[in-house]
Design a protein around this ligand. Structure first.
Ligand code: NI
Ligand code: MN
Length: 237
């Protein structure tokens, strides 16, 4: 399994059997992203909410790759109106991508207007995703969110992700102190920070974040990726 950081909240996961899952593909207008949009050829696209720094190039990439987009009912309806494939779901639900891989939609504390249309369209609520891989390993992409108690009660205790991708930029999401509390509640082995340093207003120090995580949650290791870098785990032989 490989998790590539494309910058901001955009990640591409290549699963154990080679399926490509692209999340929040803000690519062409993303000052932190160096990946050309035309090189992306995912099987599935996940969109956490309607804001342009997450929805990004979803329409173009879905069109060029014929990938299915998974999002809330409201965002899926918007995508279907453009003639593209989209599966609408909602918080608490799970959809199977195939026999072994599933996507569960989680709560997030944020807003979700589709903000790049002429008249701001309703985008339902903001969400996160738990991606369950072929091996049963789980990756949590929190989307944009503030700290909320169900990160402990639902994400940590019930879903128990192995890897948690958490926003740390502050202003629009958790900052480093609250994200370190989230890491402690979620109890993943690995935490990957996101949604920082794309713009001056969300500048953060990832070394300080890693230190806070280590203090709050000694069993959790922080992996801070630069855009274009990846984190890989091999299956045990
Ligand atoms: Ni947002
Ligand atoms: Mn955002």
């Amino acid at each position: 399994m490989k998790i590539e950081y494309l910058g901001h909240a955009a990640f591409q996961i290549t699963t154990e059997e080679g399926l490509k899952i692209l999340i929040d593909p803000f690519i062409s207008n993303n000052p932190a992203c160096t990946t050309p949009v035309e090189t992306l050829n995912p099987d599935v696209i996940l969109v956490t909410h309607g804001h342009v720094d997450h929805f990004g190039d979803t329409l173009e990439i879905a069109n060029q790759s014929q990938a299915t987009v998974i999002a809330t009912h409201e965002i899926a309806t918007f995508i279907q109106k453009q003639g593209l494939n989209s599966i609408g779901m909602n918080i608490g639900g799970t959809v199977q991508v195939n026999d072994l891989i599933s996507i569960t939609m989680t709560d997030a504390r944020h807003t979700s207007g589709i903000d790049f249309t002429e008249n701001l369209e309703e985008g339902g609520v903001a969400t996160g995703f738990i991606i369950t891989l072929e091996s049963g390993k789980k990756i949590y992409h929190a989307g944009d969110t503030g700290l909320f108690g169900d990160m402990k009660m639902v994400i940590g205790d019930i879903y128990q992700p192995d890897i948690a991708i958490l926003p740390i930029g502050d202003k629009f999401t958790m900052g480093i102190e609250t994200a370190a509390i989230a890491a402690n509640w979620i109890q993943a082995r690995i935490v990957i920070p996101m949604h920082y340093n794309t713009f001056p207003e969300i500048e953060q120090d990832t070394e300080l974040f890693a230190q806070l995580v280590e203090e709050a949650s000694p069993g959790t290791f922080t992996v801070a990726l630069h855009p274009g870098e990846d984190y890989t785990e091999e299956l045990p032989q």
